[in-house]
Design a binder for this molecule. Structure first.
Ligand code: FE2
Ligand code: FE2
Length: 475
């Protein structure tokens, strides 16, 4: 009987760690990591630089880079290891014994769950053989041909969707500028929502989120709304979960306006190129935007479901986290719509370009979010987000084990390995750019695998979206 694999995320002790598990985070530590002294701090800085850490500082939990951990902090978790530190995430007896001696005791890991397939590989191969003799396309061929058609449809839609994104971003900017002058009017954004729901392709729009730089306010709102639209609508359809919204338009409007409260914050603060210090006056002003937005939306007679998207999108599952606000809203009281929006909000903030930081690649952002599931947000909703985005979201630029390079074109189907999507090859192993872009289905081609991921904007600068929209995908 053949099998297919799916992954689950579990916490294991150091004794349970074994081959086939990928470490997402180090989560259990001995007492020496409480109120860190200089010696342990030096060990962390030396071995884990480039990763992130969850620490307790001044009685609050806060996520910092490892380089920012200070004497006196208590370490709770190490995660989001850079690619250069891959050796820290792969099982290896030497690593395990070194970690044991240093008092690292538990880990959050990703492990494969083997699911039996409905019929055997031998039988499928036999059917493919018979089909070949009768000149009927095999299942593998059919799957690839369908992939090619779907990829080319996606590529075709990307250009018009990119224009639609710019239009949306201008509408949000105008609406916020008007609100700043006391003129509040939702006519344009409502008409835009109607257009997006009726005409747009959610997949093409979400590919743009991964391929195009965004500003931190206006196109951010559109990108978050687009991600929300793609994931939420499909989730509602598949799960038959009762929606807090009465219409699709209302749901998308709530997502597009989740940061509307930023219209009450001075523009120079919004456009600032510096990162504000935690606790500074500027940071506190920025942190008022969920409440300010909720007040504005309530004043516009928006339903509670829309108001709550603004009010609750920065509340974390662990409310003692420093980046959880506003205070006094229990996470369990928040609707799953706002919780799902919050995951897309963090993802877009990581992937979108910011004035004060480099953007992350989509797979890097997914790896970061993986480790925070169960701390910042609900693990079940993270599973929903992950299953629809994949570990390599559509539009990610990846390098294969033969050194060829390509764009991810689709997310694996349910139950398939999320690390094995379909890839359109744009550059061959010799570094030559190709005119026709062969589609490789990693679900079928088991000898091929993704070796690493690249920032499409580093490779193609501001032409990444153009490269994608000019793909000519072939079998
Ligand atoms: Fe926000
Ligand atoms: Fe946001």
């Amino acid at each position: 009987m053949s099998s297919k694999s799916k992954y689950e995320v579990v916490t294991v002790s150091i004794d349970e760690l074994n081959q086939g598990m990928t470490i997402l985070a180090y989560t259990g530590f001995s007492d020496r990591y409480v109120a860190l002294d200089k010696k342990v701090l030096a060990f962390l800085h030396h071995n884990f630089s480039g990763a992130k850490a969850l620490v307790i500082r001044n009685k609050k939990k806060v996520v910092v880079s490892v380089e920012e951990i200070c004497v006196g902090d208590s370490l709770l978790q190490l995660f989001s290891f850079p690619t250069s530190k891959k050796r820290l995430t792969e099982f290896n007896p030497k690593l395990i014994s070194a970690l044991r001696s240093k008092g690292v005791l538990a880990f959050k890991v990703k492990k494969a769950v083997i699911l039996p397939e409905d019929y055997s590989k031998d039988l499928r191969d036999a059917i493919d053989q018979v089909n070949l003799l009768m000149k009927i396309p095999s299942r593998k061929q059919e799957r690839l041909e369908l992939g090619v058609i779907q990829s080319n449809i996606l590529v075709e839609k990307v250009e018009s969707c990119a224009r639609q994104r710019v239009e949306g971003s201008e509408i949000i900017e105008n609406m916020m500028d008007n609100a700043r002058r006391g003129k509040i009017n939702a006519t344009d954004i409502e008409a835009y929502v109607e257009n997006v729901v009726r005409s747009s392709s959610a997949e093409a729009m979400s590919a743009i989120v991964n391929l195009k730089a965004s500003d931190q306010t206006y196109s951010h709102c559109i990108d978050v709304g687009i991600l929300f639209q793609m994931i939420y609508f499909r989730f509602i359809e598949n799960s038959r979960q009762k929606s807090a919204f009465t219409t699709k338009n209302q749901a998308l409007l709530g997502a597009f306006l989740h940061d509307f409260g930023k219209s009450q914050i001075p523009k120079d603060l919004l456009d600032s190129t510096v990162r504000f210090e935690s606790g500074s006056q500027e940071m506190e002003m920025m942190r008022a935007h969920p409440v300010l937005g909720a007040e504005l939306l309530r004043g516009m007679d928006m339903p509670d479901s829309v108001v709550n998207m603004s009010l609750c999108h920065h509340v974390k599952m662990d409310e003692s986290l420093k980046n959880s606000y506003p205070a006094n809203i229990p996470y369990e009281k928040i609707g799953f719509e706002s919780k799902l929006l919050a995951i897309g909000d963090i993802y877009q903030a990581l992937v979108g370009k910011r004035n004060y930081k480099r953007s992350w690649t989509p797979p890097q952002a997914i790896r970061y979010l993986y480790a925070l599931a169960g701390i910042e947000y609900d693990e079940r909703l993270w599973g929903v987000f992950l299953s629809m985005m994949g570990e390599y979201p559509v539009g990610s630029l990846v390098v294969l084990n033969d050194d060829s390079m390509g764009f991810v074109m689709s997310v694996p189907n349910e139950g398939e390995d999320l690390t094995r999507p379909q890839i359109a090859i744009v550059r061959n192993a010799f570094g030559e750019d190709l005119e026709n872009h062969q589609l490789i289905d990693l679900h079928e081609e088991r000898d091929v695998f993704i070796k690493g991921d690249l920032d499409a904007m580093d490779v193609f600068s501001n032409q990444a979206l153009k490269q994608f929209s000019e793909l000519r995908v072939v079998a």
